[in-house]
Design a protein around this ligand. Structure first.
Ligand SMILES: [Zn+2]
Length: 376
């Protein structure tokens, strides 16, 4: 890089300063994406650009070429998945092809459409009500699945048990730091229960694929079809089960498959949003035709869970960065959201009142059992 180039980059960085400049709330932020210096492992160069943005820029100087490459990668994985689905599904004259973890949020709603209407697969949507599902998300699920004619299974684990799990998640360090880069401890606990129930159900019903509506920022593009190894699965799920059991009690084990008798080839895990171009605006417009409406009762980062705001706030307080920062940075870097929009999402405080309300709900039965002398 010559000196002239260097100075121009420096100027751009300086011009960007202001409401959404590099210093926000006394914390340095990358001038290209939204990452703050509080994210573990991050480093900035002299232009205050993070290493992830720098890597992307130096690896792919041509944005057009980059788009092409992304598109051909998406096409590749889509074809791969469809060929695999045909191979695994052929000959089965009953049952479902894929079990989708369905939260009622925009991403998983769009994934229902992709799997059932675009790919023509027989979908079973499985929703886990953690006790804090927004009423708006529930309504959306009913409307959308009715419209698309997709089977739905709703599982509601014991609410007091789930509340105990969420309280422990707020109070204790249940997970290693690297597990908390992209999700709060509360979210990680909830997702662990969902993943266990999804696998257990798919195995019980002999469904060959399980799918998640992770956005491209949440999953790695080249890990969008995963064949889990039985031994590895036994050990990782065993560890997770032990964490949840030690946090909330033995009842948690009921949500896990029998790890001693896993099938030789467990269901494959797919992330279908990695097969298509991700555009939040267009996704919302499309699923609007299926009756999906933006819920008004959640915080701006979640369209399905009331607990999210509390989990995010506690994470931000404890670790100094928003659990969605890496995901949003990825979307900004890919050019699907402006830096300003991304920063606005991360700085939004509309979830404050909800976080307070949810905290009260979580601790209501702890207070009650203290009065009655039972163990919460
Ligand atoms: Zn960056």
């Amino acid at each position: 890089m010559d000196q002239g180039q260097d100075m121009r980059t420096g100027e751009t960085a300086a011009r960007g300063a202001g409401d959404f400049g590099n210093i926000i709330g006394g914390i340095r932020h990358c001038t290209r994406c939204v990452l703050p210096e509080t994210v573990p492992g991050i480093s900035f160069d002299e232009q205050c650009v993070c290493q992830y943005c720098r890597e992307r820029e130096s690896g792919n100087p041509d944005q057009g070429l980059d788009r092409e490459r992304d598109k051909s990668r998406r096409d590749h994985w889509r074809k791969e998945f469809l060929a695999m689905a045909r191979g695994r599904v052929r000959g089965r004259d009953m049952g479902h092809d894929v079990l989708l973890a369905y939260s009622g949020g925009k991403d998983s709603t769009y994934t229902v459409h992709l799997l059932s209407q675009v790919f023509g697969l027989r979908v079973l949507a499985l929703s886990v009500d953690n006790g804090f599902m927004s009423p708006g998300a529930m309504d959306n699920m009913r409307r959308v699945l009715d419209r698309l004619g997709v089977d739905h299974m709703l599982v509601r684990p014991s609410p007091p048990l789930m509340r105990a799990l969420f309280r422990r998640s707020l109070e204790r360090e249940l997970y290693p730091a690297r597990a908390l880069l992209r999700a709060s401890s509360v979210c990680t606990s909830c997702i662990s229960v969902v993943k266990a129930l999804v696998l257990k159900t798919a195995m019980d019903m002999h469904i060959p694929f399980v799918a998640y509506g992770w956005s491209p920022g949440q999953s790695q593009r080249d890990r969008c079809i995963i064949q889990h190894n039985r031994q590895l699965m036994r050990s990782t799920m065993g560890k997770t089960r032990d964490i949840l059991v030690s946090a909330a009690g033995p009842g948690m084990a009921a949500y896990f498959p029998d790890l001693e008798s896993l099938p030789a080839e467990p269901p494959r895990e797919v992330h279908p949003l990695a097969f298509v171009e991700y555009d939040e605006g267009r996704i919302k417009e499309l699923i609007g035709h299926f009756g999906w409406q933006q819920p008004v009762d959640t915080d701006p980062n979640s369209t399905n869970c009331l607990l999210n705001a509390l989990g995010n706030r506690e994470h931000l307080r404890r670790y100094g960065f928003h659990p969605y920062a890496l995901e949003i940075a990825g979307i900004v870097r890919a050019g699907n959201m402006t830096r300003e929009e991304g920063l606005r999402k991360l700085q939004d405080t509309k979830g404050e009142a909800m976080a307070d309300m949810v905290r009260e709900m979580l601790y209501a039965d702890a207070a009650q059992s203290a009065r009655t002398g039972t163990d919460a």
